[in-house]
Design a protein around this ligand. Structure first.
Ligand code: SF4
Length: 90
């Protein structure tokens, strides 16, 4: 869920093992690893713009893959019993 909107839905294990939405991917990379020798590789996420409207994808001001298409309504894409709201999966 991002800014009050479900952006990806599936069984928890599936989402953690193979996240599809860029926000979910970024979120998963922030999970701490107890091994101090494993280097964390967080996905780049841009700073949020505070005056953004809620048309289109709510994550677009922070998403490194955002395009002009992301400013329009993003449909829910359903595949393999999984829901994701991202044009990368149309
Ligand atoms: S719809 Fe666009 S802005 Fe939103 S997560 Fe997908 S690529 Fe990024």
């Amino acid at each position: 869920m991002y800014k009050g909107e479900v952006v990806e839905s599936r069984y928890t294990d599936d989402v953690i093992k193979e996240p599809l939405h860029p926000y979910t991917k970024a979120l998963i990379t922030t999970i701490p690893n107890p091994d101090p020798y494993v280097k964390r590789t967080e996905l780049p996420v841009k700073e949020s713009q505070s005056k953004m409207t809620y048309e289109g994808c709510r994550f677009r001001d922070r998403c490194p893959w955002a395009t002009e298409k992301c400013a329009k309504d993003i449909p829910e894409i359903n595949m393999d019993n999984r829901m994701v709201k991202c044009i990368l999966h149309l």
